[in-house]
Design a protein around this ligand. Sequence first.
Ligand code: SAM
Length: 202
Amino acid sequence: MRDHSGPLDYFDEAYVKQWASAANAKRPFRSEFFDAFVSELSALHKPRVLDVGCGPGFLAERILTACDVASYHLFDFSPHMIEMSRARLRDFVERAVFHQGSFLDEGWTESLPAPFDAIVSLQTIHFAHDSARVQKLYGELKSILREGGVLLIADRIGDGVDKEGVLSPSEHEAALSKAGFEEIRLVHAAGDLVMFAAVRRG
Ligand SMILES: C[S@@+](CC[C@H](N)C(=O)[O-])C[C@H]1O[C@@H](n2cnc3c(N)ncnc32)[C@H](O)[C@@H]1O
């Protein structure tokens, strides 16, 4: 299952703690994205939500505090990230469900209780490593959404030269479209992050 990227080792507890303590200060505009996720999810009635690459649970905490979700599934390959999420979400034990696995493994979606009404992901999609794998990942995410379900992804963006999965906004849109998503919409952009919404129709 372990397939981490270069110098970033999410299986190293010290690195994970350091990442978690710096992430929101390093990118203060992340709070705008938390708000954008909450705003988009607030339009749904008691959704079942999957968070791909949940990390230490910052986004989960914001969503569970602000939105009436039926259940919130947190997926990550890092045991240390899962552990931090568990601690952060101790007030939400009835609705938070944890899943450890890698979205680079074949058949990784099979153990998840699909379909979901919404899938969210923040700063994680680029860990698919290249544009072909990002498109494959989008296809897999579509397969575990219900018809009419929404994908909300915010990720680091690049300049169009595919660098280790850091795609440009137009490459993300193309990958979402090729994966079969419709109603693709840019929700928010700030700093080096951009957020899209896309809907599964059929
Ligand atoms: C940059 S962090 C973002 C964490 C969180 N979404 C946030 O923004 O606060 C990327 C996360 O993706 C997870 N991750 C990276 N590659 C993964 C993979 N192949 N499968 C599952 N999780 C992965 C890492 O463990 C890490 O928690």
